[in-house]
Design a protein around this ligand. Structure first.
Ligand code: EPU
Length: 337
């Protein structure tokens, strides 16, 4: 089944809450409902929109937006050590994390309270507090809109990296994710190394999936605005990865600058965009209906009534200020349409 909406306003379909419209939105259940769009004359412009937590619309979208609607969760197999589940794309990410945690399974607890759908999670390999979706994903199933068939990619074929995957590269504009398979562990694997996580968990007693979920949710709600209250798309920028020499030069000037190793690349260092924006004096900065969040400078917010253009102007200003002060270029994490 599919439902088609023409010239529809998207303000309820993006967490920034910007009021742009699209020529056509197609909510679909199964791949066979939409393959006809890709036979013969394909739409000149199309996009997959999940829950809309990582997309900024800046103008009328003169194309077709596909939104999956199926959200079934199926247990595929189970051993003494793990449970394999298949979850359809429209399933809410945090409901899946809650489901996993309630069963005492390990692997997703650090990814609690991230606004996302399951289908969007592999695209930018969502991550937080020392964990990434790639740590639990085993298979991604998608409609290949050129071959017109449903295909499966194993984890290692998805080319996951920091906020990256094959779905943002070779398969961009080609794949529509239908379902994701995960392996969750029955064996305790607490991952408490990031920031204040250990302190928050210890305050709750033993480290269990449940106590970690509560700790992470508490940390997130202290720092990050709830998109239902204040429009935003989480981190607007990626944490920039720079050459080690650049990081060392900056560290000589700013010894307290947070910096992280990049796995498998000793010549690169990851910096904290939030810290750079904060130190450029922009935390809490407001320009009319948009601003830099006052508790986490990496998040741009819509105070109400902002257009996508307003957000982009603010983002450009933030980039310029950070580049002028630190010589570091920020790039958006959010998809800008
Ligand atoms: N910092 C500041 N000022 C700020 C923000 C951060 O000084 O306004 C400093 C913090 O004190 C810390 C460092 O910058 O030393 C890093 O900050 P934080 O731990 O809050 O994480 P982040 O790098 O800002 C990343 C992810 C978040 C994720 C957190 C926790 C990216 C782009 N963002 O943010 O993900 O929740 O780590 O793991 O990697 C998202 O992607 O939407 C998102 C929220």
């Amino acid at each position: 089944m599919k439902r088609i909406y023409n010239d529809i306003n998207l303000s309820k379909r993006n967490s920034f809450g910007v009021s742009e419209s699209a020529r056509e939105v197609v909510e679909f259940d199964r791949a066979e409902d939409i393959v006809d769009y890709f036979r013969g004359s394909r739409p000149a412009q199309w996009y997959v929109l999940g829950a809309g937590n990582n997309t900024l619309f800046t103008r009328y979208y003169d194309g077709v937006i596909f939104t999956p609607t199926c959200s079934a969760l199926t247990i595929l197999a189970e051993s003494d050590e793990w449970v394999d589940v298949r979850v359809e794309a429209a399933h809410d990410w945090d409901e899946l994390v809650a489901w996993s945690v309630e069963r005492g399974l390990w692997g997703m607890e650090n990814l609690s309270a991230i606004p996302s759908s399951v289908g969007a999670a592999p695209v930018q390999n969502i991550g937080a507090y020392g964990a990434e979706a790639k740590d639990v994903i085993t298979v991604v199933e998608y409609l290949d809109t050129e071959a017109l068939e449903v295909r499966r990619l194993e984890n290692r074929e998805c080319k996951f990296a920091y906020r990256e995957s094959i779905f943002k590269q070779e398969l961009r504009g080609r794949a529509i994710i239908l379902a994701v398979e995960f392996r969750l562990s029955k064996i305790a694997k607490p991952n408490l190394g990031y920031g204040d996580v250990i302190k928050e968990v210890e305050a709750r007693g033993e480290a269990t999936p449940k106590s970690i979920r509560e700790a992470i949710s508490a940390i997130r709600s202290r720092k990050l605005p709830d998109p239902k209250v204040l429009g935003n798309a989480g981190s607007f920028f990626k944490n920039p990865i720079v050459e080690r020499a650049v990081a060392e030069h900056l560290l000589a000037q700013y010894p307290d600058m947070p910096h992280y190793d990049v796995a498998g690349d000793t010549n690169s260092v990851k910096l904290a965009a939030g810290w750079l924006i904060d130190r450029a004096g922009l935390k809490g900065y407001r320009d009319g209906s948009v601003g830099v969040h006052d508790r986490q400078a990496l998040v741009l917010v819509n105070y109400g009534g902002a257009t996508g253009g307003d957000v982009i102007r603010l983002a450009d200003y933030v980039c310029t200020m950070v580049c002028d002060k630190f010589g570091v270029r920020l790039s958006p994490e959010v998809n800008i349409l």
